[in-house]
Design a protein around this ligand. Sequence first.
Ligand code: SF4
Length: 460
Amino acid sequence: MDNSWTFVFFPEERYEKKLFCVFEVFCIFAVYSWIWFYEEVADTLFLTSCLGLLNCLKMETIKKIYKIGLGPSSSHTMGPHRAATMFAARTKNTATRYRVTLYGSLAATGRGHHTDMAITRGLAPKEVEILWRADIVKPFHTNGMLFEALDADGGVVDQWLVYSIGGGYLATEEGEVPLGITPEGEVYPHNTMRDIMEHIDREGLSFWEYVEQCEDGTLWMYLEEMWQQMQQTIEEGLQDDRVIAGGLHLRSKAHQYFVRASGFKPSLQSRALVIAYALATSEQNACGAKIVTAPTCGSSGVLPAVLYHLKKNHGFSDREILRAMATAGLFANVIKTNATISGAEAGCQAEVGSACVMAAVASNQLFGGSPKQIEYAAEMAMEHNLGLTCDPLCGLVQIPCIERNAMAALRALDINIYAMMSDGRHIISFDKVVRTMKLTGHDLPSLYKETSLGGLALDD
Ligand code: SF4
């Protein structure tokens, strides 16, 4: 019998000590290798495998972060309005009037979200009848809409069953309805901030130049359109003075704050104006007016307030602001690709937290921050919003959403100062905090993820 294996596993007494030492060294080596692997490699591998499917998910155009639409909700107003506009265009020569049936969640919460108003505006000027069928939930998706074009006798001449699947996106049972935004598909070669920073460092690029290289020639025109709308929304919001519809009887405050700010000393005035600008957009959003997602409807007040303030108070040019928007869009894109920007998925940290990131990086870039400082600003903006819950009263995007946008705008400006005073070195990476936000969102009970069943939304 060959005893060699027996020797290895059951060594004689004289070899036992030596082999044990070798085994011990091997174990220590293995443990340290694992620690190194975990810290240096696994961090990225885990990130990409859990959240980005081993680098298969590349990022789409940043134009999808910025979309003009009707507030207050991308799924309950922006999507339905878009569907209505598309159906109106397709039936403009055949329809005399319209009938629209709303199913599931759209029917259950659509009145509070102004879904009917958004659809009626999309189909205007023709008459529209809305049927509310919360009792019917279509298996494909809860936010179903059946558009029917009727002739003068009430006969159906055309119909379209379409779903508002979130973020302003639409789908039929055959597939997604293209947004019509170019370039299509995955346009960025990287999907983590670490890879992007390595690349721009190697090539000597700034973040906005990297965005410019990856996008098509319509980028600046598109961002210009978004910036014009952001400014228009703020200016309209500053003029409005009314009770916001929905049942909470919440009075708009932007106008009041704007007027009062003019009586303050300059140092306080500039912060007071930032609050007024953020309230202006968020209140317009709550009223169902036209806004730009940045990155969502609920968080649409943060970035425009900061940019508007930096233009008015610090004299930054529109060109500089568009470049800041490009960088802000890039950071939001990393969050969207590797985690989420949806409050329903991860709570308000994903919405207002992401908006705070966008505003912090935009202002840091405008004040001349290096890529490391910009990344630090982004990391802090998300880190200090971690765990932020979504518990809006009565399911309306009003309390705590409107004030929260103002607080996030102020916080973004404070973070900018903090990052500017640093040399950009920090321990926690932006990629890691994005991963943490996703995991935190996963661990949050659904009560705190846009269900209005917990937190502030609970009755006293
Ligand atoms: S609390 Fe919820 S609805 Fe309001 S802004 Fe945050 S994520 Fe959006």
